[in-house]
Design a protein around this ligand. Structure first.
Ligand code: 13P
Length: 282
């Protein structure tokens, strides 16, 4: 097993032109089903948790669970904080053993976002941890089918932000959103291309659920090296759990129910790994 930093994963992804899938996790079933999929497909993966997920599992428990599950398997993975809310929370996660952190200052004005991101980069780099930041606002599908242009990242601002902060990768909003899209997502690839031209660090795509494979491919060709998936895996898990309970209403073994749901989650993870072109890369 190799638990590595984002930069190591990105170096290979950049050289061979694919994206590393990043899956949100908060419990043992998530961790097992995703790591099983990664092992089967010989794929590098990022296991990530947002604040609520870290708090649900407990940071130490989450990292311990990932390390124990990954032990003695030929895996290549990173443990990442998703949408970190503050300097303090990032520091806590580094202490738990996360190998990279995201700071999401996208709701602040851009100067304040850059200042706070810079402070976190200095602290994290001092202990060999890489940092992702957000520019523009990725938002949720509740904003509507189309993410309005005021939320998208401005390429010139993104370039300045990346230089000022020294971040290792950048989530620059170009039309994706978290959750289930109501229609086909409208992605601004011209904007993404201009961001790619100006920003040297790898780019991150949030809101991977529901992005059609052709758009994922186009994003990868334009420098996306990390794609976040959460809702799609949870939906696969819950759909199967509901189906299973419909078929077996008297089942009382939680292990049996959770195993069925985990298999569905694993199948979804395998699909996302293949879509990112990450299979066979670890
Ligand atoms: P989805 O839930 O839309 O897949 O987004 C995940 C994500 O971007 C986590 O940061």
């Amino acid at each position: 097993m190799a638990i590595v930093g984002l930069n190591e994963l990105f170096a290979d992804a950049e050289a061979r032109g694919y994206a590393v899938p990043a899956f949100n996790v908060c419990d043992l079933e998530n961790v097992q089903s995703i790591l099983n999929a990664a092992e089967e497909m010989k794929a590098p993966v990022i296991l990530q948790a947002a604040r609520e997920e870290v708090q649900y599992a407990g940071g130490e428990c989450l990292v311990g669970m990932i390390r124990a599950t990954a032990r003695n398997r030929g895996l290549m993975l990173a443990i990442h904080l998703d949408h970190g809310p503050s300097f303090e929370f990032a520091a806590k996660c580094i202490r738990y053993g996360f190998t990279s952190v995201m700071y999401d200052g996208s709701r602040l004005d851009v100067e304040k976002n850059a200042q706070e991101t810079r402070r976190i980069v200095e602290m994290a780099h001092a202990v060999g941890v890489s940092v992702e930041a957000e520019i523009g606002t990725i938002g949720n599908t509740e904003m509507g089918e189309v993410v309005e242009s005021q939320y998208l990242a401005d390429p010139v601002t993104a370039e300045r932000f990346a230089e000022q902060t020294g971040v290792d990768c950048l989530a620059a909003a170009f039309g994706t959103a978290h959750g289930l899209y109501k229609g086909e997502p409208k992605l601004d690839f011209d904007r993404l291309a201009e961001i790619r031209r100006r920003v040297r660090v790898p780019l991150v795509m949030h809101g991977g659920t529901g992005i059609p494979p052709a758009a994922v491919k186009k994003g990868i060709a334009l420098g996306i090296r990390k794609i976040n998936f959460s809702t799609i895996l949870r939906k696969a898990f819950i759909d199967e759990m509901k189906d299973f309970m419909g078929r077996n209403p008297d089942e009382l073994m939680t292990m049996t129910i959770l195993s069925a749901a985990s298999r569905a989650m694993g199948a979804s993870a395998r699909e996302m790994i293949a879509m990112c072109g990450a299979n066979g890369r670890a």
